[in-house]
Every structure is written in structure tokens, then in C-alpha cells.
Design a protein around this ligand. Structure first.
Ligand code: FCB
Length: 524
């Protein structure tokens, strides 16, 4: 992909509203006027002043700007988000912190996995990552400049319990104390994720999520964090994307710990993850003095109606419920669907009624990570009531092949969560895109594809909130470029560009877009 600057340099000559108006229409000036007009049309600063200047430019070309058409800088009455809507950014410990050997942190399964030859693109690892462990103040300042009111980060379990359980490591806890205090001092509300995939290696050595011990250890660790940080952190997410770390880590082996388990063991690991969630919800509540809210951050697999008819809309809801049977559905309904158990047959997880009650311990909110559409469906008269339509080869995607471009996923996902399970408080815990970001000649990063992506997805989220879907907040993935798992540093998701040689952070064009959205609490 070419950089923005190599596509005709449209960013190098931004329209300056203070320029003199044209009086002469010599050929070169006419060409100049045309290019100024083009600049104005493509500039992200196409605001009132730019519009006025454009009118002058049009006049110079012998054209008139229509007064009937609203100026693009006007706040459209139907573009606002609900009052009190929380805007935030999201990160995870392993992807940004670095300092993996510092202050007594234990090894995690990702430290081990990333050392295996050929697993991570270019042989990268997260030993330094964004060095957030040392630069957290600078990163909080970036958030403050954006104007976010919330920040979703994760706590590294092996920093607090190097062996997964046993004696806590005070230096590890001290880091999160400092981070939380810095956020609060800057008026940013911390939302903490307890598990974003960096399982202590010591627990993996004893079976990881295959073992019931890990489940219990997770609940103990969750209770410990709530007791220590719960006076300042009011919102906790238990586990991030159970589907991803179980299916990829224990199912196809592409993620840490790299296991390819037979079905029965895989289904049991799934069951342990949701059980860990339920026990952690209880442990957080039992160990907090204040009014702590707790939920999960799951990557819902969303079925979208191929064409918006009532029949298809209902079929899509059925499909979503079934596609999430092992995760969101059991957490919110307290039962595995009949179809899930029937399909699993002899491989079905072993569980008790008591465990199902624990798994479905009521949550205060549901967090969903929303990126790509899971499936497009049409209603069918035959069981199970829907048919899935495969994506054609030409279906568009972003820089990451997996990130197919389906903005309406951000409409249907929260809507279905509200309709299927009566959820009253929903957070979009992740949404964002990779892009082939490259600094232009002027040092700036013009990620217009990310701006396009965010604008289109947010328009669909606004459709949802305007119809009463109870979405309370939205977190962009991610605050800054970071270690993107198997892709290492080759794939960038940040609103801020990170130069991995100097670790310098530079706000991208998308950061200025998001800042404007936040300031107006509206789509811009
Ligand atoms: C999500 C992960 C997050 C990041 C984004 C791109 O699945 O939770 O860590 O990798 O995808």
C-alpha cells in the first residue's frame, strides 16, 4: 500500500483561510485554484473557515457555493451520542508494558511462546513493547490530550503473582497503584481487565485452563486485585475474549500455549474459562468495599441479517445465540444450548448445575469486542431457522485479512445482546482497525482508512443508541501501536504511531478525528 504522501501530496499544501482571494484567472492560477479546492475537499480540517475559503475559490472559478447545503462543520442534530456516554481507549498489559523481566515479574505463556522459532512474525517478542511500564505518564498524557474519560487496561497476572498463586509481588502491584493514581489525577476513570491472555507460565506447567486449579487461582488473584485496587478502580472485566484464547491457544495451537487438544479436552477448557469468569465475578464482589461493577469483555460472534427483513433479523438473533453457546450464551443464560450439547456428543464438557449457576452469576454489564461480522444469515424454514451466506472473495477487508469491513456489526452486536439477554448496560470494550501506517514526509501519519473505519462503525453504533440500545461507552483499540500477538510489530492498531526504534509516540490523523468526536459527543 502506498503512503498518503505518495498519492499526489494532497496533505502537503493545506488550505490556508488567510490566503488572499483570487482576482486573476490566469491558467496557472486556475490550476492553483483547482488544487486548492481539491485540498479543501480532502482536508480533515474542512471546517467553517475552510468552507468560506472554498467559496472564494469557487468564485474564482466562476462557480457559486450553494447556500442550501449545510456546512459540514455544523453539528447535525441526529449525530449525538447519549449524555454521559463514556469515550475511551483500550490496551493490554502484554502488548504495551515491556519490562517483562523487571521488578520480580514471573514468566507468562506469551514469553515462552514468543521464544519458539517461527511463531511470531519477524521473531519479535514483547520484552520492550511500548515500554509503557516506564512511560505510563506520557501515555496518560496522550489520553488526556485526546479527552477520553475512561481507559481500559489489563493487569499482568504474573507481575502480581509470579508463580500464579502464593506470595504476591509488592513491586508488581506498586506499578498498577502508580498507573491508577496517574489516571485519576488526570480525570480518567480506570477500567481494569484481569486477564488479557498472559497466563503465568507456572500455571500452564500444571495444565493451564485445562486444570480446575487455574480456575481457582484466577478467582484468588481477582479477589486480591479487587481488595487492593477496588478503592480506586470502579469497573473490572474478568477475562478478555475467552473465545480467542481458548480456541486459538488450546484448539488450533496458533496462540500461546500452542496446544491442539482433542475435542473433549478443548470443551473442558472452554468450560473452565467461563467458570473462571463466574468465580472471579464473585471474588471481586466479595473483596471490594466500594461499589464495584464487574462484567466480561467477550468477542461476541455476531450474525447479521443479509437483508434487513423482520424474518432475517430474528434468524440472525437465533444464529448469534447459537454461535456463542460456549461463551456469552452460557454466561448470560446459565445453560448450554441443546444444539451445542448435541453437537458435542460424547465430547461435551462435564459440569454440574452448581457450576452453571456460578458461570451465570449476574454481571453489572456486558463488554463486547466488536470488529468483523461473524456471519451473514437469511431466515430458513428448516432447522435451525437460518442459513449462513459465505463471504464472497471480493468482500472488503482492512489491513488485517481477518478484519472484514462490516460497520453494521457495531449496530447488530449490542442490539442483539440487549434483545437476546435483556442486558441493561453494554460497553464496546474494543473496536478499531489495523492500517498500513507510515509517517509522511512532514512526519505526520495520515491514516484516512482508520478514520473511515471509525466513522462508519460509529455511525452504526449511534444508530443503536438512538434506538435505545443501552450502550454506555466505547473503547478504541488501541491507544497506541503495540505488540499484535502473532503479527508482532508489523501490524499497527493505534491512534498513536510508535516508532519502535525511539519509542516516540505521534498522534495519527485518527487521533484528531477521535478527539473531535469526544469533544462533541457526536459523530463528526
Ligand atoms: C483483539 C484482542 C486485542 C487485539 C485486537 C486487535 O482480539 O483482544 O488484544 O489484538 O484484537
Amino acid at each position: 500500500m502506498q503512503s498518503a504522501s505518495s498519492r499526489g501530496g494532497t496533505h502537503s499544501a493545506k488550505l490556508n483561510a488567510d490566503d488572499q482571494p483570487f482576482t486573476d484567472m490566469s491558467t496557472s492560477r486556475k490550476a492553483d485554484a483547482t488544487s486548492r479546492l481539491r485540498d479543501a475537499m480532502t482536508s480533515f480540517r474542512f471546517n467553517r473557515r475552510a468552507f468560506a475559503a472554498t467559496a472564494l475559490t469557487l468564485a474564482a472559478l466562476g462557480l457559486t457555493a450553494s447556500k442550501e447545503v449545510r456546512e459540514p462543520d455544523d453539528l447535525q442534530p441526529d449525530s449525538e451520542f447519549p449524555k454521559g456516554f463514556r469515550w475511551g481507549t483500550a490496551t493490554s498489559a502484554y502488548q504495551i508494558e515491556g519490562a517483562t523481566q523487571e521488578d520480580g515479574r514471573g514468566a507468562s505463556i506469551w514469553d515462552t511462546f514468543s521464544r519458539l522459532p517461527g511463531k511470531i512474525r519477524d521473531g519479535d517478542n514483547a520484552d520492550i513493547a511500548d515500554d509503557h511500564y516506564h512511560r505510563y505518564k506520557e501515555d496518560v498524557a496522550l489520553m488526556k490530550a485526546l479527552g477520553v474519560s475512561t481507559y481500559r487496561f489489563s493487569i499482568a497476572w504474573p507481575r502480581l503473582f509470579p508463580e500464579g498463586r502464593g506470595a504476591p509481588n509488592p513491586k508488581g502491584l506498586a506499578f498498577y497503584d502508580r498507573l491508577v493514581d496517574e489516571l485519576l489525577a488526570n480525570g480518567i476513570m480506570p477500567f481494569a481487565t484481569l486477564y488479557h491472555w498472559d497466563l503465568p507460565q507456572a500455571l500452564q506447567d500444571r495444565g493451564g485452563w485445562e486444570s480446575r486449579d487455574t480456575v481457582e487461582a484466577f478467582a484468588d488473584y481477582a479477589g486480591f486485585v479487587a481488595a487492593k485496587l477496588g478503592d480506586r478502580v470502579g469497573h473490572f472485566f474478568t477475562l478478555n475474549e475467552m473465545r480467542t484464547f481458548i480456541e486459538l491457544g488450546y484448539g488450533n495451537g496458533s496462540f500461546a500455549p500452542g496446544l491442539v487438544l482433542p475435542k473433549a479436552r478443548l470443551y473442558q477448557a472452554r468450560h473452565h474459562a467461563v467458570l473462571g469468569h463466574g468465580l472471579a465475578v464473585q471474588a471481586v464482589r466479595a473483596n471490594s468495599r466500594g461499589n464495584i461493577k464487574v462484567g466480561m469483555a467477550e468477542n461476541i460472534m455476531t450474525a447479521l441479517p443479509a437483508v434487513e427483513t423482520l424474518k432475517n433479523i430474528h434468524a440472525a438473533e437465533l444464529a448469534t445465540r447459537e454461535m456463542n453457546a460456549a461463551y456469552l450464551t452460557v454466561m448470560l443464560e446459565g445453560r448450554y444450548t441443546d444444539a451445542y450439547l448435541a453437537a458435542a456428543g460424547a465430547d461435551a464438557p462435564r459440569f454440574t448445575e452448581g457450576e452453571l449457576r456460578t458461570i451465570s452469576t449476574p454481571v453489572d454489564f456486558v463488554g463486547i469486542n466488536v470488529y468483523a461480522p461473524g456471519a451473514y444469515v437469511e431466515a430458513s424454514d428448516a432447522a435451525p431457522g437460518y442459513t449462513a451466506i459465505p463471504l464472497p472473495r471480493s468482500y472488503p477487508h482492512m489491513e488485517s485479512r481477518w478484519l472484514t469491513f462490516g460497520p453494521d456489526t457495531l449496530y447488530w452486536a449490542p442490539r442483539q445482546v440487549a434483545r437476546l439477554w435483556g442486558v441493561k448496560d453494554i460497553y464496546i470494550t474494543e473496536n478499531g482497525t489495523s492500517a498500513a501506517d507510515q509517517p509522511a514526509a512532514d512526519g505526520k501519519v495520515y491514516d484516512i482508512d482508520r478514520v473511515m473505519f471509525l466513522r462508519q462503525y460509529l455511525a452504526q453504533l449511534r444508530r443503536a443508541t438512538s434506538e435505545g440500545v443501552p450502550v454506555r461507552g466505547y473503547f478504541v483499540w488501541s491507544l497506541l501501536d503495540n505488540f499484535e500477538w502473532l503479527e508482532g510489530y508489523s501490524i499497527r492498531f493505534g491512534l498513536h504511531y510508535v516508532d519502535y526504534l525511539t519509542l516516540k509516540r505521534t498522534p495519527k490523523l485518527s487521533a484528531s478525528f477521535y478527539k473531535k468526536v469526544i469533544a462533541r459527543n457526536a459523530l463528526v
